[in-house]
Structures are given as C-alpha cells and as structure tokens.
Design a protein around this ligand. Structure first.
Ligand code: TYD
Length: 224
C-alpha cells in the first residue's frame, strides 16, 4: 500500500470469536473522526453487495462440504470484490478503512487450521488483495474460553454459525495462529489484550493507531 500523502490508511482487526472486533471497528471509526480523520468500517466476509451474497453462502453451511482450498477460493472471491468495490476506492479518495477480519483470517482458519499451505495462501492474496495490503493489523487477543462464552452470550439462544460450533481446542489453536501471524510480522501487526472492558480496549487500540499511523500522517500533512 502506498503511503503517499492523501491516500487513506488501511487498518484490519483480527482475532478469534467474541473478541469484540465489530464493536471495536465502529469505535475506531468514531475515535478517528474525533482526530479529524475520515474513516469507514467494513467487514469480511462481505463488505460489498456481492461479497455479502458470498458471505451468506459461506456462513449458511451449504459450503460445509467444500475442501479447504475451495472454501478459501470463496473467501478470496468475496475479498477481491470487497477490495475493488469498497476498500480501494475509499483509500484512493483519502478515506481510512477499518476492516473487521481480512486476509489473516484466511491464513488462520483455512491455513493454520485448515491445512492450506503458505504458497497457496500467498497466491490467493496476490490475486484478491494485490497491493491493497493493510498498513496496520490489530490482533484482539483473548483466551479462547472467554471469547466463546462472550460469543454465546451475544447469540443468546439464537443460531450458532458453523464456524462457532467448533471445539474449544480449535479456538485455542486459532488464538495461537493469530499470535503467530503477529509475531512473524511485527512491523504491520500489534497484539492488544481484548479481555479488558470495551473502553479500555478502544484506548489501547487507539494508542497503537496514533503512534503508528495518525502521528506520522499529521507530520506528513504539516510538512506538505
Ligand atoms: P463472522 O460472523 O464475521 O465471525 P466473527 O463474529 O467471529 O467475526 O463470521 C465469519 C466467520 O468466517 C468466522 O468464523 C471466521 C470465518 N472466516 C474464515 O474462515 N476465513 C476468512 O477468510 C474470513 C474472512 C472469515
């Protein structure tokens, strides 16, 4: 992603179930607005009209018998449309984008847990993401049991999507997968403790966003 003056910044939120990503995405957009930064919240799978249709297919369970590579292709198809229709146009007009899940979710779910190899994942990213890579990825970290308890409270007695039916051990492996991704790419990623109350989590996230993106952005604005 070009860091040229005028281009928006791309922030992704990643983590397991119940880590509060969607709540925090909305809060980050509001906090950025307070700093005079125009930003939108979006999500994956989905984030554009056609990608939302693919989301419905993926989460309905009709994709359940797909091999991991076929499932990853569906996520990648949704991502390609989301990037072209929502993310890239926003960044090009100077709007910042805060996305609830992105390519690291494919790396964690279909890669670390589904067994897809790095070459395949890399190829999918080159096609679906291209140069629209995140400037900053915030990994919301939470013990798996806490996240699952939160997710089931949020659902009440409602439906459990097929990804949430997996076992606690699965979710703990997922947590480790996201931590591993962050560890491998510390320039782009930061891990934030998501077990705190929502205000404290937002404050931690904004500390990272301010230090890594907002302050350099303002400095560039002043210099131009
Ligand atoms: P969602 O309801 O967005 O999950 P959450 O509330 O945890 O954010 O459902 C998305 C599910 O799809 C989630 O379980 C993670 C999974 N997923 C993948 O397996 N691969 C991907 O590339 C993405 C974006 C999501």
């Amino acid at each position: 992603m070009s860091q040229a003056h005028g281009r928006g910044r791309f922030i992704t939120l990643e983590g397991g179930e119940g880590t509060g990503k969607s709540t925090q995405a909305a809060r980050l957009v509001a906090a950025l607005a307070q700093r005079g930064v125009d930003a939108i919240a979006t999500r994956e799978p989905g984030g554009s009209p056609r990608a939302e249709e693919i989301r419905a297919v993926i989460l309905s369970g009709s994709a359940e018998r797909l091999a991991p590579v076929a499932e990853a292709l569906l996520f990648a198809a949704a991502r390609a449309d989301h990037v072209e229709k929502t993310i890239r146009p926003a960044l090009e007009r100077g709007t910042w984008v805060v996305c609830d899940r992105f390519a690291d979710s494919t790396r964690a779910y279909q890669g670390a847990l589904g067994g897809l190899d790095d070459d395949t994942l890399g190829a999918l990213e080159r096609i679906a993401v291209g140069d629209a890579r995140p400037d900053l990825t915030l990994v919301l970290d939470l013990p798996a049991a806490v996240g699952l308890a939160r997710a089931s409270r949020r659902r009440g007695t409602g439906e459990v999507d097929r990804f949430e039916q997996e076992s606690l051990a699965f979710h703990e492996r997922l947590r480790q997968a996201f931590l591993h991704i962050a560890h491998r790419d510390p320039q782009r990623c930061a891990v934030v403790d998501a077990s705190l109350d929502p205000d404290a989590v937002t404050a931690s996230l904004m500390c990272v966003v301010d230090a890594r993106l907002v302050a350099p952005h303002k400095a560039r604005e002043r210099a131009s």
